[in-house]
Design a protein around this ligand. Structure first.
Ligand code: PNS
Length: 158
């Protein structure tokens, strides 16, 4: 069974993330979305809230699971018996950081491969930080995040 992990902060999940999840879920037997529960970074949503939102919008994907993790990604992957790490790439600006992370993860545990998936062009400009900024100014989030979670995001800025 080929198991892959798709890690990220997902603060909150965007349509770009969801597109990668949908496409990657077709390539692996199981795809586990790993939500980084980072204590040093102040997220907008708690790890529990982020997991819940992702579970809600991936309900239609039978081989997708969601869980949160702390610590190293390679340790999380190991605990889930995953051998592949899936990452999305939007622009060249993402490349340097992702390249470094992939090499570091490979050095930490050579058994894992990082697979990069190019974003669909229509989502290349979407990021969680842009969504948070826009939501903070009560902007329209239609098309940027899954419809089901727009209300939840708006609630945060009330
Ligand atoms: O969505 P993001 O914030 O770009 O995701 C970054 C993430 C969660 C993939 C990355 O920060 C991560 O893997 N963190 C876990 C700690 C770790 O393994 N770091 C790399 C080796 S120090």
């Amino acid at each position: 069974m080929r198991i892959a992990v798709y890690p990220g902060s997902f603060d909150p999940i965007t349509n770009g993330h969801l597109d990668v999840i949908e496409r990657a879920s077709r390539l692996y037997d199981k795809l586990i979305v790993g939500v980084l529960s980072n204590v040093s970074k102040q997220p907008l949503f708690t790890a529990g809230e982020r997991v819940k939102m992702i579970a809600q919008v991936t309900e239609h994907l039978e081989n997708v699971e969601v869980d949160s993790f702390t610590g190293l990604l390679v340790d999380f992957a190991k605990s889930k018996k995953a051998t592949v790490i899936v990452k999305g790439l939007r622009t060249v600006a993402d490349f340097e950081y992702e390249f470094q992370m992939a090499l570091l993860n490979k050095a930490l545990n050579p058994e894992y491969e990082t697979m990069f998936m190019m974003t669909d062009t229509k989502y290349s400009y979407i990021s969680s930080s842009m969504v948070r900024e826009l939501a903070g100014f009560h902007g329209d989030l239609t098309g940027l995040v899954p419809r089901e979670i727009i209300k939840v995001i708006k609630e945060k800025y009330k």
